[in-house]
Design a protein around this ligand. Structure first.
Ligand code: HEM
Length: 457
C-alpha cells in the first residue's frame, strides 16, 4: 500500500474526514470554516494521490492568483468538470488559448454594452414589478426562482438581443441541463472517462447534443437578422470572429455556453441572498429605502442614477461578501512554489474560498454581521486584501461591471416598491454547488410599500 505523502500543513486526517462526512455533504461551507478554525488558515486535506490545500490567507491567495499566476492553472476537478460543457471557453481554458480568447472577448464588455444592459435590467425588473403588483398583498413567492427568471431575462436580452425569444430560452435550458448532468456526474464516487458509454455519460452526450443544436439554431437565427439590429454581446463575439485571427465557430459556441454558466445564476444567487439579508436587517433596509425614495422619487432607475445609488451598491457589495456566489476558486501548481511559507510541489491543488476569506476574523470586524456601511469607508484594507467575489489577477471576472450594474439596478427597481419578509420557519440552509443557493428555494412574502413611495412605474 503506498505511503500517503507527508502533509504540507495541519489538517484533518482520514478518520476525521470520515467523522466529518455528514458536515462535508450537508454543509460544505460550514465544513471549510470549521477547518480554518480547527487547523489555521492553511489547511491540508488527506488525499492519497495529490496534495490539496485550503488557502485562507489573503497574501497567499494573492500570490497564487496575481503575483505568480503563471505557475497556477485551472487543471482542477472543478474546472475539468465545467469544461465538459464549456469546452475551451474563457472560464476553463488556460495559457495561450485563454489569453487569445480574453483579448478577443474583452471589447464585448466595453462601456456601451454595459450601458445597454442597464436598459434590459430595468425592463426585466419592471416586468417582475408588474407581476408582484398583481399579487394579493403578502403573497408567498419563491424569491430564488423569481431572481433566476429575472436575471435570465436580462441575460438573454444582453447576450442575444431584446427579441431573443424562445430560442434563447431553449439554449439556456440546454446549458443548465448539461451543467446539472456534469455536476451530478462529478458527485458520483466513481466516474468513467467521458468516452465510456455509462448511463451518466450517455445522459451527458444527449445533453451536449441538444446544447450544440441549440447554439447552431441561435447562430443561424442571428445571422438572418439585419446588421443594424445587432447591438448584443453575441454580435460583439461574432464580430471578434471576423478576420483570420478571430474566434472559430467552436470557440464562439464555447464562449456562449461559458457566458450562460458564468453570467446568469451568479447574479440571481447574489440578489436572492440580498433579499434575505434585507428582510432580517430592517435598519439596513430603511437606509436603502430612504436612498431610493430620495434619488428616484418613485420613477424607475436608469444608468445615470448609478453614481447616486451608493447605499444600494453597498448593500450589493456586502451581500457579495457574506454570500459570494462563486464560493470556491481552484488552481493547480505547474511547478514547485512557496505558499504562506510552505514549499509546495508541482501538482498541488489549492482551494481559495471567497466565502471563508470574506469571514476571516483577522480581517473583518464582526465578520458574520451584515453591515453595508463597511463599504462606505473604514474597511479599505480588508476590501483590498480579503475581498474576492470576482476573483483577482488576470482571471478576474470579465462580467464584473455587468454583474454589479445588474444587481444594483434590479435591487433599486424592486426595493423601491416592495418589501419582502421571510415565509420559512427556519433560516435558509446553504447549498454550495456551482453557486450558493438556499436549499429548497427562498420563500418570502411580498408586500407593496406605502403609497408615498409607489408612484408611477
Ligand atoms: C455576481 C455575479 C458574478 C460573480 C460573483 C462572478 C464571479 C467570478 C469569479 C470569482 C471568477 C474568477 C474565477 C477564477 O479565477 O477561477 C469569474 C470569472 C468569469 N466570469 Fe464572473 N461572476 C459574476 C458574473 C458574471 C457575469 C454577469 C458574466 C458574463 C456576462 C461573467 C463571466 C465570467 C467569465 C467569462 C469568467 C472567466 C474570465 C477569465 O478567466 O478570463 N461573470 N467570475
Amino acid at each position: 500500500m503506498p505511503t500517503p505523502p507527508t502533509p504540507l500543513a495541519p489538517g484533518p486526517d482520514g478518520p476525521m474526514m470520515l467523522r466529518k462526512l455528514p458536515l462535508i455533504l450537508g454543509d460544505t461551507l460550514g465544513f471549510l470554516r470549521w477547518c480554518t478554525e480547527a487547523y489555521g488558515h492553511v489547511v491540508a486535506f488527506p488525499l492519497p494521490s495529490l496534495p490539496v490545500l485550503l488557502v485562507d490567507d489573503p497574501a497567499a491567495a494573492r500570490h497564487i492568483l496575481v503575483d505568480n499566476h503563471r505557475n497556477w492553472d485551472k487543471g482542477t476537478i472543478q474546472y475539468r468538470t465545467l469544461g465538459l460543457v464549456t469546452g475551451e471557453g474563457l472560464l476553463t481554458s488556460d495559457g495561450e488559448t485563454w489569453r487569445r480568447s480574453r483579448r478577443l472577448a474583452q471589447p464585448a464588455f466595453h462601456h456601451g454594452t454595459v450601458e445597454r444592459t442597464a436598459e434590459h435590467t430595468v425592463t426585466a425588473g419592471r416586468a417582475l414589478t408588474r407581476r408582484w403588483e398583481g399579487l394579493p398583498h403578502g403573497t408567498r413567492v419563491d424569491v430564488a426562482e423569481d431572481m433566476m427568471a429575472t436575471t435570465l431575462e436580462v441575460f438573454g436580452a444582453s447576450l442575444f438581443g431584446a427579441d431573443h425569444g424562445a430560442d434563447g430560452d431553449r439554449l439556456v435550458r440546454a446549458v443548465l441541463r448539461a451543467l446539472d448532468v456534469v455536476v451530478r456526474r462529478a458527485r458520483s464516487p466513481v466516474t468513467a472517462p467521458a468516452a465510456v458509454p455509462t448511463p451518466g455519460n450517455l445522459r451527458l452526450r444527449r445533453a451536449l447534443a441538444t446544447l450544440d443544436a441549440s447554439v447552431a439554431s441561435i447562430l443561424s437565427q442571428h445571422a438572418a437578422r439585419p446588421r443594424g439590429d445587432r447591438a448584443d454581446l453575441l454580435s460583439m463575439l461574432l464580430g471578434a470572429r471576423d478576420g483570420s485571427a478571430g474566434l472559430t465557430p467552436r470557440q464562439v459556441r464555447d464562449e456562449i455556453v461559458t457566458l450562460v454558466i458564468a453570467g446568469h445564476e451568479t447574479v440571481a444567487s447574489s440578489l436572492t441572498w440580498t433579499w434575505h439579508l434585507l428582510a432580517t436587517h430592517p435598519e439596513a433596509e430603511a437606509r436603502l429605502h430612504a436612498e431610493l425614495d430620495a434619488v428616484l422619487g418613485g420613477r424607475p432607475p436608469r444608468f445615470a442614477d448609478l453614481p447616486h445609488l451608493r447605499v444600494t451598491r453597498q448593500v450589493v457589495e456586502e451581500s457579495l461578501r457574506l454570500y459570494p456566489p462563486a464560493w470556491v476558486i481552484t488552481r493547480r501548481s505547474l511547478g514547485p512554489d512557496e505558499v504562506a511559507g510552505l514549499a509546495v510541489p508541482a501538482g498541488t491543488l489549492v482551494l481559495i474560498s471567497p466565502y471563508v476569506l470574506h469571514r476571516h476574523p483577522g480581517w473583518w470586524a464582526d465578520p458574520d454581521a451584515f453591515r453595508p456601511e463597511r463599504f462606505a469607508g473604514g474597511a479599505e484594507d480588508a476590501i483590498r486584501q480579503a475581498y474576492l467575489p470576482f476573483g483577482a489577477g488576470p482571471r478576474l471576472c470579465i462580467g464584473r461591471d455587468f454583474a454589479l450594474l445588474e444587481a444594483t439596478l434590479l435591487l433599486a427597481t424592486l426595493a423601491q416598491r416592495f418589501t419582502l419578509t421571510p415565509a420559512g420557519l427556519r433560516p435558509p440552509r446553504l447549498l454550495a454547488q456551482v453557486t450558493i443557493q438556499p436549499r429548497g428555494g427562498l420563500p418570502m412574502h411580498v408586500r407593496r410599500r406605502t403609497a408615498a413611495t409607489a408612484r408611477a412605474a
